[in-house]
Design a protein around this ligand. Structure first.
Ligand SMILES: Cc1cc2nc3c(=O)[nH]c(=O)nc-3n(C[C@H](O)[C@H](O)[C@H](O)COP(=O)(O)O)c2cc1C
Length: 170
């Protein structure tokens, strides 16, 4: 077993809350499920999300100012399957769920009460297959109760978009 495999297996065993990130650039919308994310500053409040460079969401996010981060609840499994298991390159995810326009046209998912609308302040590329978008909150919406849907409770959802192949030898 290589260290890379051990790293992947161990990280896969660590529970993390799952989110759906949505973006809009002009009239074009995109969104995907994301496990790589965290608050990254207290003052000013900042939040970081890492998007796979292979995803359609990354390509639209590159031109987007406004992002919506939806924290999935245990009842949001259908959204996890739609936004994690389907790529917008092949199907319009927004034709299969309820949503409405938020600030800057960013789509807000009606079935997800806990969400933060944010503006992008930076993008970092450390050479990996994901790039980091640093966001600052514009509006915070919370529902009555919230039980996070954890990565370890998802079962088998095959990512709708395969990750990029590694381009350089190590
Ligand atoms: C458990 C799980 C975790 C994921 N984590 C991320 C992530 O952190 N960042 C990301 O960009 N994609 C992540 N994905 C993959 C995307 O959600 C998936 O490939 C999606 O279909 C991409 O859609 P798009 O091409 O429309 O952007 C994850 C998928 C799964 C199943």
């Amino acid at each position: 077993v290589s260290d890379d495999e051990q790293f992947g297996d161990f990280m896969g065993s660590v529970p993390r809350p799952m989110i759906v990130v949505t973006v809009a650039a002009g009239d074009t919308r995109a969104g995907c499920m994301v496990g790589f994310h965290s608050q990254s500053s207290i003052d000013p409040p900042q939040y970081a999300v890492w998007l796979s460079k292979a995803n359609r969401t990354f390509r639209i996010a590159a031109f987007a100012d406004t992002f919506a981060v939806h924290f999935l609840d245990a009842a949001n499994r259908p959204l996890a399957e739609l936004f994690g298991g389907v790529t917008g390159d092949e199907d319009d995810k927004f034709a299969h769920c309820a949503w409405h326009d938020g600030p800057g046209g960013v789509p807000l998912l009606d079935d997800c009460e806990n969400r933060i609308t944010m503006r992008r302040v930076a993008m970092h590329d450390a050479g990996g297959d994901h790039a980091c978008f640093v966001l600052e909150p514009l509006a915070v919406e919370t529902g009555s109760s919230f039980s996070a849907l954890a990565s370890t409770e998802l079962g088998d959802i095959e990512a709708g978009h395969a990750a990029e192949e590694r381009q350089r030898p190590r």
